[in-house]
Design a protein around this ligand. Structure first.
Ligand SMILES: [Zn+2]
Length: 432
């Protein structure tokens, strides 16, 4: 057992953050949180246990990235243009390189290491379209100690030949990978069926994906309603369907284990379909701006009752930092107000954005009973943020909400000094 003491920030199930300035977490040898409260109570009830005490630091639940592409990491912050051209110019050639096992290995290790350095403990990941590279990504995540939901990106048309495979091959590879990895690492690793989007999957592949998801009870992740030219493309490809969401509905891809990235331009009928099937949304504001895709009405979607997490969507998004993504979510909600004068809605503040990047992400991935805050019984995924980096002791603004605002808006690349998953330290910052 171990006691971790410092300034605890605990996202509440009903929304909002609880602050425990002289707080402590007690973590069992099995990696579970057995106590969350004041340090005084922890020291009284748990004696003779080693304690790690953090001064001028904030202890937060680990950050959750609900949508990210591992093979695109090398292209982060690179390129111009909108979605479909950007994919062809920058991304597909890069994803093709994952046929090379050594390259896949190096990139996977770097990707997971950098995510943990930035305080991410859970990720929902799209791998390349190669079965072997997906295995390598699982091996890397297993050894890194990270929590991931992940899958081979499935495509069987409308992309370069070297990253396509047949519908049957895609499904066989996915089933084999799921058998090998779903539930591995004491449940840390889970398999997610990953059809890229309706524009690169045949009707046969979409239908088989829906069938496998139903029979095997697997997760699904895909893209929905991201960019206006993508919407026109999907409407041309599927004239028999009333909407983009209806395509996924028809092939059985709308389930309570489905997470849809983006979902910017949804009609009320599409929202009803998603709600009826309890689908979650991965909101990726940094990517939505980088690729000039659009501005999602985040406040409206939250009011509509969607489960929403934040996604870096690297390399559409330019950084793996989920603190940066939280800032982007807050700023994007203000941008929505700027372009919809007269229909303004309350902007998302830093505390809400941090809630979305932690417990919101856990809920979107259906992991709220396992991670997302410090309720006793959950697994101990947390990070320590060194406030010396961004808010000195003598600051005039030491109120908790100001600390969180500074953490979200001033996300320093080295602010995270420690990252813990299932009670195990997976990253520790070393001073030069
Ligand atoms: Zn994406």
């Amino acid at each position: 057992m171990r006691i971790y003491s410092g300034f605890l920030v605990h996202p509440l199930d009903k929304g909002g953050l609880e602050y425990i300035p002289d707080g402590a977490l007690v973590v069992s040898d099995m990696g579970q949180i057995v106590f969350k409260g004041t340090r005084a109570d922890a020291l009284r009830d748990y004696t003779d246990i080693p304690e790690e005490q953090y001064d001028n630091a904030v202890i937060l639940p680990g950050l959750v990235d609900t949508h990210v592409h591992l093979p695109q990491y090398e292209a982060a912050a690179i390129g111009t243009g909108e979605l479909l051209d950007w994919l062809n110019t920058y991304i597909f050639p890069l994803e093709a390189r994952f046929a090379d096992e050594e390259y896949a290995h190096i990139q996977s290790q770097r990707f997971f290491h950098d995510a943990m350095r930035l305080g991410t403990t859970t990720m929902s990941v799209y791998c390349s379209s190669h079965r072997r590279a997906t295995e390598i990504a699982f091996e890397s995540a297993f050894h890194a100690g990270l929590r991931v939901c992940m899958g081979k990106t499935m495509m069987d048309y409308s992309a370069p030949e070297n990253i396509l495979s047949s519908a049957e091959q895609n499904i066989n590879d996915s089933i084999a990978l799921a058998k090998a990895w779903n539930g591995a690492g004491k449940g840390r690793l889970q398999y997610t069926l990953t059809p890229r989007f309706a524009g690169s999957c045949s009707r046969e592949l979409l239908r088989k994906t829906g069938e496998v998801a139903r029979i095997e009870g697997l997760r699904i992740q895909t893209h929905l309603s991201e960019n206006p030219s993508e919407l026109r493309y999907i409407a041309e490809l599927f004239p028999e369907h009333t909407s983009y969401t209806d395509v996924y509905f028809a092939y059985g891809l709308l389930t309570e284990k489905t997470i849809m990235a983006h979902s910017i331009y949804l009609s009320s009928q599409e929202k009803s379909l998603l709600k009826a099937h309890h689908c979650a949304i991965a909101h990726c504001p940094c990517s939505n701006r980088f690729l000039q895709s659009g501005v999602m009405a985040l406040r409206q979607m939250l009011n509509d009752g969607f489960r929403i997490g934040l996604g870096s969507d690297v390399a559409g998004g330019s950084s793996l930092s989920m603190l940066n993504e939280a800032k982007e979510a807050a700023e994007s909600s203000k941008t929505w107000n700027i372009v919809h004068r007269g229909q303004e809605m309350p902007a998302i503040n830093a505390e809400e954005a941090l809630w979305l990047a932690t417990l919101g992400g856990a809920q979107a991935l259906g992991l709220e009973d396992v991670i997302g805050n410090f309720n006793a019984g959950k697994e101990a995924d947390f990070i320590v943020c060194d406030m010396d980096e961004i808010m000195p002791h003598n600051s005039s603004f030491v109120l908790p909400e100001n600390m969180i605002s500074r953490l979200v808006y001033g996300a320093h690349p080295h602010v995270v000094s420690k990252t813990v998953v299932q009670g195990k330290e997976v990253y520790k910052r070393h001073r030069a």
